[in-house]
Design a protein around this ligand. Structure first.
Ligand SMILES: [Zn+2]
Length: 442
């Protein structure tokens, strides 16, 4: 699986992370289903924007990009996104890119322009436009586009290799194809095939990458290998903020750090980002984030409660529920990651089991079976985590002992006072045949 990674000229924003979280959900679901996943995520550490940024900041390119790479990897971890197997960097694969451009030139798909830059001749690739459903009736013969991102109207020959000019400062490589640097599209063809072979099972990115980035990757790769480049493309839709496009100029632009600084829980952020189907636009709101926090808390409390559950066996009723829940969750996720359906199944399950526990049902071993399933689901959702086997603070332990003694001598008044005192401290006592039990107020 190849997932286009960040261009490290700035901190990744939550729109970027929406895509990375969706890809993580995909990866984790494949693993749940028993696939062995090898994921490659590139880091674009040389392009127009990284060069501009480093020059403006007056620091070398690699020092400039390092701070954003470090932040990106840290934020990924905070969001419980599994590590990719490889994070190749563009600057470390220039030799391979040069070799790749030479092949394209030999095969007649690329040519050198007057300034020494090398362009891909899209008229030579008959399938050009197949991914983005682009019609090339009015192909402008020989028209070229040098920047990395452009509109469909500018579906012209694009730059594989950019000859050095002053704006690049000290960022260049002296190579067989000239002095310059690679274009953005080139790196993903080269690095994906280097680590994953000529045909990838899965390639993914945000919808904004369909054109021109992925279209160009197909053109480059298939021209060189003559083989199908990618079996499955998956593209994540955009994220809006409070119904608007996210933009620095609108003041609604958030990095993960911005949200953490506001006291948001990273698990809730993850939950919110994954809980809308990846092919639908996600409207990020702070109200939605609050709801996500509640949802996550509900799951965590449920998990905690299961550890302390020790009721009468629920038997067949629970057995059936476990089976149906597992089947429904799996069927939903198998259906193009239908997360909405999967989460609905999960919360119905939580409600039903809670009701059984309220009725004094669900034995210790049954509670463990419920937890096993919950943890299995969480290997995909990654929002619950491990429950804490809590030890009671000494003070509370002593109060419980005192109350037990009071009950023995039938001093109900003292016993009730202590019960109330514990309740005020957030501890609920239950007197059962097996002795006194406690749980925390939820
Ligand atoms: Zn890419």
């Amino acid at each position: 699986m190849y997932t286009c990674g960040p261009t490290v000229y700035d901190y990744a924003h939550i729109g970027n992370f929406r895509t990375f979280v969706f890809q993580d959900l995909l990866r984790r679901w494949l693993e749940y289903r028993g696939y062995e996943v090898t994921q490659v995520m590139n880091l674009t550490d040389v392009d127009d924007r990284t060069i501009n940024g480093s020059r403006e900041a007056g620091i070398p390119l690699n020092a400039y990009t390092k701070q954003y790479i470090d932040a990106f990897l840290e934020h990924k971890r905070r969001l419980n996104i599994e590590e990719a197997e490889v994070y190749p960097r563009a600057t470390e694969h220039v030799d391979e890119m040069v070799a790749f451009v030479k092949k394209l030139m030999e095969k007649g798909y690329a040519y050198k322009a007057e300034d020494g830059s090398i362009y891909y001749d899209i008229s030579k690739f008959k399938d050009y436009g197949k991914l983005s459903k682009l019609k090339l009736d009015e192909l402008k013969a020989g028209a070229r586009v040098k920047v990395d991102t452009y509109e469909k109207e500018q579906a012209w020959d694009f730059a594989l290799w950019k000859a050095w000019d002053e704006a690049d400062g000290d960022v260049f490589w002296e190579t067989e194809i000239g002095k310059g640097r690679p274009g953005w599209h080139l790196e993903c063809s080269v690095m994906s095939m280097k680590y994953l072979g000529e045909t990838l099972d899965i390639h993914s990115g945000g919808v904004d990458l369909i054109f021109p980035h992925h279209e160009n990757e197909i053109a480059q790769s298939e021209a060189v290998t003559g083989k199908k480049f990618v079996n499955y493309w998956l593209h994540g839709e955009h994220l809006m903020v409070e119904g608007q496009r996210m933009a620095k100029s609108l003041g609604n632009f958030y990095t993960l750090q911005d949200l953490l600084d506001k006291g948001c829980n990273p698990r809730a952020v993850r939950y919110l980002l994954l809980s809308t189907h990846y092919r639908q636009q996600l409207n990020f709101t702070f109200e939605g984030l609050k709801a996500a926090e509640k949802a996550v808390e509900r799951l965590i409390l449920f998990n905690q409660r299961l550890i302390e559950t020790n009721g009468e066996p629920a038997g067949e009723e629970l057995k059936k529920l476990l089976k149906a829940t597992k089947e429904d969750f799996e069927a939903a996720m198998d259906d193009d990651l239908n997360i909405t359906e999967a989460l609905a199944t999960l919360f119905d399950f939580v409600r039903d089991v809670n009701r059984m526990i309220d009725q004094g049902k669900v034995s210790r071993s049954e509670a463990e079976a419920v937890r096993d399933l919950l943890m299995r689901f969480d290997s995909v959702l990654a929002v619950i985590g491990e429950a804490k086997k809590e030890l009671l603070p000494k003070e509370i332990e002593e109060l419980i002992q005192k109350r037990e003694q009071a009950r023995k001598v039938k001093d109900w008044k003292t016993a009730d006072e202590i019960r109330q005192k514990l309740f005020d401290m957030g501890i609920i006592l239950e007197d059962t045949a097996a002795g006194v039990k406690w749980r925390r107020k939820s």
